[in-house]
Design a protein around this ligand. Structure first.
Ligand code: MEV
Length: 313
């Protein structure tokens, strides 16, 4: 049996902008997806998906997940025409839009195949295999999700628009920072949302240019503020990043409402994270006590899921 895991992630700054070559900052979270691969005598592969998930998530993503697994197999050069395998997914990452569940599953599967078939892939190649897996979910992934999932930690990521390898840098903070993640319970199609943003950008390039030039300044300020642990400033910049995403039309009423609750209960800042139009929001907390207060307020408001975590080390 081969085994492998991939971490969930939260994008602190830059979802959607990252697709167009702007830098983004993502934090790997401690929850992860675990894959186990067992060979079998018959051809082809079968999937047993035991991951905890928001209702409807797995059903909605199932066709894309099949394409994703085929893409990973192609990258790994594994031929299942005579004998194949069973892959079992589990772990403690609750699958929802925005948490990097598709990337975590791609990384976990690539690692489990690497283990079972003794492929000798290093992390760079696992990340490439998982990128191919991510392409099953939407045609033009920036690569930030699979990179954060492969390496964990805090990742400063820039896509190469010419198709070359992305640039990424691992950032370390002097102490871990507290964060709350809350789910709307709604599953979005990354393909559709990314496609809508592209249409809007193509229709009005000046609008997108203005939006992204403000974002570009914001993300650099955000990186510096985070390194200095100036959480009040990071929070303000997250709030502004959320407004830019609202203008991009990728937020939604449910996300805005969770963001509002988090801010009112003491968050330094809050924003949607990931694809949007459902999925998750993140809130930054100055300390553990505030984090618990924010989480309790979101629970009282009946968010579909609430998790607390730290990032930065
Ligand atoms: C999804 O987690 C992040 C997006 O920016 C898409 C991508 O980067 O591929 C929306």
């Amino acid at each position: 049996m081969g085994i492998g895991s991939g971490k969930g992630k939260a994008i602190l700054f830059g979802e959607h902008f990252v697709v167009y070559g702007f830098p983004a900052l993502a934090a790997g979270i401690s929850s992860e997806t675990v894959a186990k691969v067992m060979r079998r005598r018959s051809s082809g592969w079968v999937l047993l998906d035991n991951r905890p998930a928001m209702p409807g998530y797995k059903e909605q993503k199932s066709d894309e997940q099949n394409v994703s697994i085929e893409n990973i197999l192609r990258y790994c050069n594994i031929d299942v025409s005579r004998t194949g395998f069973k892959v079992e997914l589990g772990g403690n990452l609750v699958c929802a839009s925005g948490i990097g569940a598709s990337a975590a599953s791609s990384v976990a599967i690539a690692r489990a195949l690497n283990d079972e078939y003794s492929l000798g892939l290093n992390d760079k190649q696992i990340n490439e295999a998982a990128y191919e897996g991510e392409r099953g979910y939407h045609g033009t992934p920036s690569g930030i999700d699979n990179t954060a999932s492969t390496y964990g930690g805090l990742v400063w990521f820039t896509r190469d628009l010419k198709g070359g390898p992305p640039k990424f840098e691992a950032l370390k903070l002097k102490r871990p920072v507290h964060m709350v993640i809350a789910s709307t319970g709604l599953t979005a199609s990354t393909k559709e949302v990314v496609g809508d943003v592209k249409r809007k950008k193509d229709e009005d390039p000046d609008w997108f240019k203005e939006l992204s030039s403000e974002y570009d300044e914001l993300v650099h300020e955000g990186r510096d503020a985070l390194i200095q642990l100036d959480l009040a400033k990071v929070g303000n910049l997250m709030n502004r990043n959320h407004e830019l995403l609202q203008e991009m039309t990728v937020s939604c009423r449910e996300l805005d409402s969770l963001v509002e609750i988090a801010r009112k209960s003491g968050a330094s800042g809050a924003k949607m994270t990931g694809t949007g139009r459902g999925g998750n929001m993140i809130a930054l907390a100055s300390d553990e006590k505030t984090m618990k207060k924010i989480a309790a307020a979101l629970e009282r408001a009946k968010a579909a899921g609430v998790w607390t975590t730290t990032f930065g080390l």
